[in-house]
Design a binder for this molecule. Structure first.
Ligand SMILES: [Fe+2]
Length: 162
């Protein structure tokens, strides 16, 4: 019997920041966390192998999303740009630190890593993104922002299963 797909995070309208472009990308991040969660097996070797396969693509995915938010903040002259960009930078550094630790032999636990991603992403989306993008939510300008989807990258990332 095939393993049932479970969701560690469920997208809800509470997470919406009112800008379709960003909401779509945030849904992609939620899907990414859920995809990782579904590869938790308690077999360290198997989990590490999966992690090595997907982590670089996942980082690329997150960086593209952060750049989209930062460009939008600059274009719309939203206050708090530096603070927000710093929060993104700290997150990327923490992820890279984790990757380095695992590379040099720190015990790997995919559930712990996935839980860290979930907690950070959810609190960032629900607090900082919501608050900072409030001034331009549901505006024509935001609605007409360049359409960007992760679909290609997402499909590729999700096809990399063990
Ligand atoms: Fe953000």
């Amino acid at each position: 019997m095939e393993k049932e797909y479970s969701e560690l995070v469920k997208w809800s309208d509470n997470l919406s920041c009112g800008i379709k472009l960003l909401d779509d990308q945030h849904k992609g991040l939620v899907a990414l966390v859920n995809e990782m969660f579904n590869h938790v097996t308690s077999d360290e070797t198997q989990e590490h192998e999966y992690f090595n396969k997907v982590i670089q693509e996942a980082i690329k995915y997150v960086k593209i999303h952060f750049a989209t938010e930062e460009k939008l903040m600059l274009a719309a002259k939203i206050p708090g740009y530096i603070r927000h960009k710093k929060a993104h930078g700290r997150f990327i550094l923490t992820v890279l630190d984790n990757v380095y630790d695992y590379k040099i032999g720190k015990r790997f636990n995919l559930y712990k890593f996935t839980k860290f991603l979930k907690d950070w992403i959810l609190s960032h989306i629900a607090l900082m993104d919501k608050q900072d993008f409030e001034p331009i939510k549901n505006t024509t300008r935001a609605k007409n922002s360049r359409k960007f989807t992760f679909s290609g990258l997402q499909k590729h990332l999700f096809s990399l299963s063990l």
